[in-house]
Design a protein around this ligand. Sequence first.
Ligand SMILES: Cc1cc2nc3c(=O)[nH]c(=O)nc-3n(C[C@H](O)[C@H](O)[C@H](O)COP(=O)(O)OP(=O)(O)OC[C@H]3O[C@@H](n4cnc5c(N)ncnc54)[C@H](O)[C@@H]3O)c2cc1C
Ligand SMILES: *[C@@H]1O[C@H](CO)[C@@H](O)[C@H](O)[C@H]1NC(C)=O
Ligand SMILES: *[C@@H]1O[C@H](CO)[C@@H](O)[C@H](O)[C@H]1NC(C)=O
Ligand SMILES: *[C@@H]1O[C@H](CO)[C@@H](O)[C@H](O)[C@H]1NC(C)=O
Ligand SMILES: *[C@@H]1O[C@H](CO)[C@@H](O)[C@H](O)[C@H]1NC(C)=O
Ligand SMILES: *[C@@H]1O[C@H](CO)[C@@H](O)[C@H](O)[C@H]1NC(C)=O
Ligand SMILES: *[C@@H]1O[C@H](CO)[C@@H](O)[C@H](O)[C@H]1NC(C)=O
Ligand SMILES: *[C@@H]1O[C@H](CO)[C@@H](O)[C@H](O)[C@H]1NC(C)=O
Ligand SMILES: *[C@@H]1O[C@H](CO)[C@@H](O)[C@H](O)[C@H]1NC(C)=O
Length: 600
Amino acid sequence: MVLDLNLSTMAWLLLLGILALPATLCSGVMLENLADLNKLKLKYDFIVVGGGTAGAVVGNRLSENPNYNVLVLEAGGSNADVLNIIVPFFAPRATPNTAQDWNYTTTPQVGLNGRSVGYNRGFVIGGSSSVNYMVYTRGSMEDFDRWANITGDDGWAWDNLIPYFLKNEHFSRPADNHNTQGQFEPSIHGFHGINTVSLSGFPTPIDSRIVDTTTQLDGYPFNLDMNSGNPLGIGWGQATIKDGARSSSATSYLAPEFLRRPNLHVLLNARVTRVLETSPGVVRTVEFLQGLKGPKYTLTAEKEVIVSAGSIGSPNILLHSGIGDSKALSKLGIKSVHNLPSVGQNLTDHSLLFLSFLVNSTDTFEAAVRNATLAAEEFTEWNTTRMGPLVDNPLSHMGWLRVNDSVLEGFTDISAGPNTPHYELIFCNGMIPPPPPTGNFLSILPVVVSPSSRGEVTLNTSNPLASPLINPNLLGAEVDLIVMREAVKSAIRYTTAPAWKGYVLSLFGLTNTNDAGIEEYIRANAGTIFHPAGSMSMAPKDASWGVVNPDLTVKGLSGLRVADLSVVPFIPAAHTQVSAYIIGERVSDLIKQKYCSCQS
Ligand SMILES: Cc1cc2nc3c(=O)[nH]c(=O)nc-3n(C[C@H](O)[C@H](O)[C@H](O)COP(=O)(O)OP(=O)(O)OC[C@H]3O[C@@H](n4cnc5c(N)ncnc54)[C@H](O)[C@@H]3O)c2cc1C
Ligand SMILES: *[C@@H]1O[C@H](CO)[C@@H](O)[C@H](O)[C@H]1NC(C)=O
Ligand SMILES: *[C@@H]1O[C@H](CO)[C@@H](O)[C@H](O)[C@H]1NC(C)=O
Ligand SMILES: *[C@@H]1O[C@H](CO)[C@@H](O)[C@H](O)[C@H]1NC(C)=O
Ligand SMILES: *[C@@H]1O[C@H](CO)[C@@H](O)[C@H](O)[C@H]1NC(C)=O
Ligand SMILES: *[C@@H]1O[C@H](CO)[C@@H](O)[C@H](O)[C@H]1NC(C)=O
Ligand SMILES: *[C@@H]1O[C@H](CO)[C@@H](O)[C@H](O)[C@H]1NC(C)=O
Ligand SMILES: *[C@@H]1O[C@H](CO)[C@@H](O)[C@H](O)[C@H]1NC(C)=O
Ligand SMILES: *[C@@H]1O[C@H](CO)[C@@H](O)[C@H](O)[C@H]1NC(C)=O
């Protein structure tokens, strides 16, 4: 261990403490048992609740200052050696109902004919970044400028967030090291950040057809880089993949080099049940248990508690703590600590539809699904060389598009502006859910990315270990159904280009393609892409609504912040992990600025 001469007295003491501990504690590991933590006899300046996408960033950045002791409490376990997390192509197996999932289900969804759908969330260090599909998209400039506009804090504007995109991102070569010229725009990327991003590392037969279509049909321009702030068009996907394996907030921000810091501790299997008043109006105490059985422990942060339990977990914790709509809470027998009616409200998500076409090819994902020998070969190739089809997620290209103006007549266009998409098309060389016994497929998945529907997270019981009631209200607003319908028509139109001649044979599953037929199919089949957001929104300091101020402090309380995707006032028209990462980055700077005038 190298000793830094600038180490503070506190860190020295800590180091001496550590030397008396089991060897594992010196080597940059996450702790499994509170007993190990207690041996350190530390006071924590900051306690982060949830070691997910944003929480891991906060833990990392605050502990850059050796004067701060930082503890991250994560309900889930370790990400190490979980193949379905590590192998990019296995992402669809990481959830649902695995040891790394919270196993949530939505309430019956009015927009989906009353169906309930699975609501996957990462229950593991790294949170949803450990189980997601790894697509890296930032969103449109207009999305972030709208955050700035609504909150009155210019710090949330696109231009001012660029340093955080760059701090997060470590753009790297793809697994196959192919020439990536013409597939992305280097000038807008970060090459020195922490979280690796790369282009696909294994070609598929649809790559050239997707790109060729952009010059054959009107309305689908090629976009060299959808992460420039102007996402409209069709382009190559970028993903949080490093050398053919997943890059999550756990593998990046909590890599061993950071866990070796003597002032950063991560406790796994630590399920926070409530945050408690330390003194009236000051909430710096957390209550948690390890596993599901007692006893309950409490710890108090010297400076702040930062809740980063995600768009479902964070409102769940606050509501059980008596921070929420006091009338609704008192009906459940929960004592009100602070009346804040917006907690859990305005939950927003992106609806997705699986849409597939039968193709004249055997070189699709279905080949390995039906041939165990081939699947084993692919795995061996990945395991021995980190090459082959398993180095990529199953989503190769994305398109970001707007519906015709005439379609929205009579509705409010809720997209952030004219350069922000209404819908996304995701291209896949096969089916993602288990395919039928025969046939090979192309999938084009439409997603409603600027939705009007709003739902909520509420409590079913006063038991903090029970699941909350999750109502994302998927396709609840009529305009969202209309956008989805237009997106389906657009996907079908895409396959009429010459590039698909002799390849796409027929539309699969959807038989009646008039408007009513498509709408019926959507209601019966659509689901979610797992982007819950906005359930603990930022609002201006003097607003009568909202949960947190623009600096993410909880309104009306001190000592408590929220930092995860729940704080966004509008969901970005993008896959959401990048927003979670940069929220973690910016809040860390805001906290450092508040407590330290000497260094940051
Ligand atoms: C299946 C799936 C696929 C996705 N695909 C993509 C994609 O391809 N690209 C993309 O950009 N986004 C994708 N997303 C969405 C993206 O991953 C999330 O928006 C983002 O990771 C959310 O970050 P967060 O920090 O808000 O929450 P999370 O990363 O979910 O972190 C919350 C953390 O808090 C912990 N926690 C919760 N409650 C407690 C408690 N009581 N005590 C202690 N800890 C607690 C959780 O276990 C978790 O670790 C996907 C999500 C899923 C589930
Ligand atoms: C989800 O289900 C799996 C499989 O039964 C289980 O291992 C896991 O612990 C469950 N997750 C939670 C948060 O209970
Ligand atoms: C937000 O946008 C509106 C309309 O463009 C503008 O009038 C208003 O001044 C903006 N508010 C802030 C705080 O930027
Ligand atoms: C929901 O968000 C809107 C802004 O989009 C806001 O005006 C409204 O007050 C919010 N509702 C609640 C209950 O917070
Ligand atoms: C299955 O895959 C193996 C290995 O690639 C191949 O040799 C074999 O012909 C395939 N079997 C079928 C039925 O396609
Ligand atoms: C992957 O390869 C390693 C050796 O590099 C081997 O130990 C391991 O068992 C392999 N994993 C699987 C699941 O085959
Ligand atoms: C948009 O509307 C115009 C006029 O109604 C129509 O000609 C055109 O085909 C539409 N475009 C799409 C993509 O539907
Ligand atoms: C709500 O709680 C009741 C009673 O405890 C239980 O029977 C029911 O299953 C719960 N509902 C959900 C959706 O969890
Ligand atoms: C399938 O593709 C082959 C060439 O690979 C072509 O000869 C054949 O006509 C195609 N079949 C159909 C039905 O288009």
